[in-house]
Design a protein around this ligand. Structure first.
Ligand code: IPM
Ligand code: MG
Length: 368
């Protein structure tokens, strides 16, 4: 069997240092579990701009197209904030999502028992929390046309973006949500602003139609996005699967992520449609950003990236056992009291990025 192709894009800020911990796990899997990948590395974001003048080169895009899965660290930083839109680090990430047609973004928000009191909400509101946000990722206002900034005849400037969704875009993301709900709590909240937006009304109608036709076993509720933001911090455990558009999903997933105590803990997967062989293009990345303020100091939390890699093992490579091993090791290290600064609690041991990575390896050795 030929090894699966894995493209690693560490990106900017803390990206490279958290990714270094994943590379150690990849070595460990090869040595201890006879699981090898054909690993290549590339640049994306500001680092690519610095070297090549663009946030993503054609060569790297081609590598991503050929890869069985892509693992990305993070992109962006103040250094590149003043670049024109098309050259900003974020455009590299957005192009990967768009060109690989990764329309389904899975953002789990779950609370590790050891971290339940790290949440800014009361512990009993979040203990055992397990939400899956399914965010549409290749449509909506992020990509809608027309877009741009123009100067009007009177000298005033006008900025335009377009929120647009078609039936097929809505149906394919809702399918992902209903399928996931079937394996979980059988409940979907579909979130939009049907009270003010036609695209939201269409969203609501199509999701309901799909539920009635093919998923009668799933409880479906429609919720306005503003109410959803409020409900997430009021009674978050009412949610199982939330399906929503690109922009609302961006906002609500940050909100849900923070319920868990730290953005530094949460992984994500972005998946395309299944091809004839059932394989999907896929990109995995932590939900957190590049955190330029703490970059290069070996204090960032590598767990979200490690957990993203675990999602990759599960969804792209069908390595359930190895994914669970890694997740169990993360849990054990947290239970053992180790914390990076972002999740530090009284009485716990504050450790560096590197030591966190080492501790995970030590746990993995114990587990096999
Ligand atoms: C995210 C990020 C991105 C987004 C940025 C970096 C373009 O906030 O993945 O949530 O808005 O989608
Ligand atoms: Mg975001």
């Amino acid at each position: 069997m030929t090894a699966k192709k894995l493209l690693i894009l560490p990106g900017d800020g803390i990206g490279p240092e958290v990714m270094a911990q994943v590379l150690r796990i990849i070595d460990w899997l090869a040595k201890k579990r006879q699981l090898s990948f054909d690993v290549s590395e590339g640049l994306v974001g500001g680092c690519s701009y610095d070297k090549h003048g663009v946030p993503l080169t054609e060569e790297t895009m081609e590598l991503a197209q050929q890869a069985d899965a892509v693992l990305l660290g993070a992109v962006g930083g103040p250094k590149w904030d003043t670049l024109p839109f098309a050259l900003k680090p974020e455009r590299g990430l957005l192009r990967l999502r768009k060109d690989l047609k990764l329309f389904a973004n899975l953002r789990p928000a779950f609370v590790f028992d050891a971290l339940a009191d790290a949440s800014s909400l009361k512990t009993d509101l979040v203990r055992g929390l397990d939400i899956m946000i399914v965010r549409e990722l290749t449509g909506g206002v992020y990509f809608g046309e027309p877009r741009g900034i123009e100067t009007l005849p009177n000298g005033e400037r006008r900025g335009v973006n377009t929120q647009v969704y078609t039936t097929s875009e809505i149906v394919r993301i809702a399918e992902v949500a209903f399928e996931l709900a079937r394996k979980r709590g059988k409940k979907v909240h579909s979130v939009e602003k049907a009270n003010v937006m036609e695209s939201g009304l269409l969203w609501r109608e199509e999701v309901q139609k799909l539920r009635d036709a093919r998923y009668p076993d799933i409880a479906l509720e429609h919720m306005y996005a503003d109410n959803c933001a409020m409900q997430l911090v009021r009674t978050p455990k009412q949610f199982d699967v939330i399906v929503t558009d690109n922009l609302f999903g961006d906002l609500l997933s940050d909100c849900a992520a923070m319920l868990t105590g730290s953005l530094g803990m949460l992984p994500s997967a972005s998946l395309g449609a299944a091809d004839a062989n059932g394989a999907r293009k896929a990109l995995y990345e932590p939900v957190h950003g590049s955190a330029p303020d703490i970059a290069g100091r070996d204090i960032a939390n590598p767990l979200a990236t490690l957990l993203s890699f675990a999602m990759m093992l599960r969804y792209s490579f069908d390595k359930e056992e190895d994914a669970t091993l890694l997740e169990t090791a993360v849990k054990a290290v947290l239970d053992g009291g180790m914390r990076t600064g972002d999740i530090m609690q009284p009485g716990m041991a504050k450790v560096s990025t590197t030591v966190m990575g080492e501790s995970i390896l030590r746990e993995l050795d114990k587990l096999i």
